[in-house]
Design a binder for this molecule. Sequence first.
Ligand SMILES: [Fe+2]
Length: 321
Amino acid sequence: MSADERATVAALVDELISDSETWDPLGRADRAASLAQELPTRLRRFLSEVKVAESDVTVLSNLPVDDDLAPTPVGWDAAAKTGAGSREEVVLLLCGSAIGEPFGWSNQQDGRLIHDVVPAPGMERSLTSASSSAGLSLHTEDVFHPCRGDYVSLFCLRNPDRIGTTYARVDTLSLSAALRDLLSSDSFTFHPDDSHVGVTLNAIDGTDERERRGPSESGAVLFGPGDRPYFRFDIDFMEADGAAATDAMRVVQRELSEHAESVVLSPGDAVFIDNYRVVHGREPFTPRYDGTDRWLKRVNLTRDLRRIYTANAARSRIIVA
Ligand SMILES: [Fe+2]
């Protein structure tokens, strides 16, 4: 973004915030969708081209970040209580609305539309975005659900240690025809990940873990256009039916790991990750919990809000899960 374009975005942020006494992303999402039409033409055209071409990883740079940014909250719940980084939430909401429709989950970060991605004490080695010392393995966001986002978008507020966001493209998979056939069959079951169930549930005794995880979905890893397929994959929250499918799953995991790339987000960078074409993760790092840790805002984007409304049987952007 040029300085002028950045100033235009900042003015729209002011307009959206001044519309309401307290910042409520969910309540302002419809308004953000119409205000997004006033974003700089070059930005809207660029994101439109990204959408049409199904570009897999896209970064916008030089978006506005407050000079007086609050210290990085210690855990997403602390961020939720203080409203820290609300201006940056508006930036992400506006830009995200230029490529998709923001939505969330009732059981993720208290049903907030925009999430905070920050390390949290006690979660360092968890399989969630609150982890730190353990890397976050490559995954499709919300792999278990038919309404999972078309894009995951992350807006960087702070990343002083230059911790990379990892990703791997479905196009890098080199698979035999037999493996492709197997991965295109409904031989896989995908489960809700720990960000949906809450790790504290692990302390509950006497309940089958899969029941506690809620609904799972059976389906294929590869699907969509044969010449340019879509996929879904999360080795930590999926299983295969039979030895051959299990082997195929392992091959995909190995290939993705071998072809993993990384993008280091700087403050003011927003990345749009095509959740049908790319899996993503995060490099490990050592958290400090002193207000200077890596801090991202995250939003899920769908191309069709009616998928969400239909799943909910209600006009709500928050999926009841
Ligand atoms: Fe993720």
